[in-house]
Design a protein around this ligand. Sequence first.
Ligand SMILES: O=C(O)CCC(=O)C(=O)O
Ligand SMILES: [Fe+2]
Length: 232
Amino acid sequence: MLAAECDSLSTTVAPLIVHGDGGKNTMSSTPGCKPAFQTLPGTPGLALWEPLLPAIDADALLAELTATLPWQQPRITLYGRSHPVPRLQSWHGDADAGYRYSGLAMTPQPWTPALARLRDQVAAACGHRFNSVLANLYRDGRDSMGWHADDEPELGPQPWIASLSLGATRDFALRRKGARRTALTLPLRHNQLLLMPPAMQQHWQHALPRRLRVEQPRLNLTFRLINRKTDR
Ligand SMILES: O=C(O)CCC(=O)C(=O)O
Ligand SMILES: [Fe+2]
């Protein structure tokens, strides 16, 4: 891997920058290049690793997952009317990690080899274990995700969620629960891993607003640890 690939820190969020893995674990997810780690002040403890993967792997993964995941467009009911969600989704995980998301019952598809490998790389980078992943494909800037917190009971009281972005840069908006206005916007870029601590889901909401100038797709993977059905 080229040294330059280790050197591409975001300038839009320019806080405390520590090279290495932030001391959270001893394994590197990308042999030969530790992703740069930074915490984001003014947020509820968000942390970023960038680049998570060697550039060539991230590009190949984006192409492979886009082409091969069994994408679906579920419908949700809002104010008594049914609408397709404005994006495509594919939910994967251990067989006993079923989950309700935005009122939809989600039965996980099995891990694909690429997703299982990525799950392990993400866990090694951020020091948390996951048993499921929700993939979202935003086909262009018209696709979006509304305000929400990932605070469903299946995630337990202390949900750590790791979010890998691939493809087009899209704004990730944050606001405190109960507030109407966006407090912060983070442009999430190709090959960035964002780790959200429990406080994020407890006290904040997040959204991926429409951005009509964006023409390219973006694929996002949120890795989660779901309580096993037998433990609920
Ligand atoms: O696409 C993103 O960055 C956010 C996805 C998200 O919030 C979710 O899957 O719950
Ligand atoms: Fe979310």
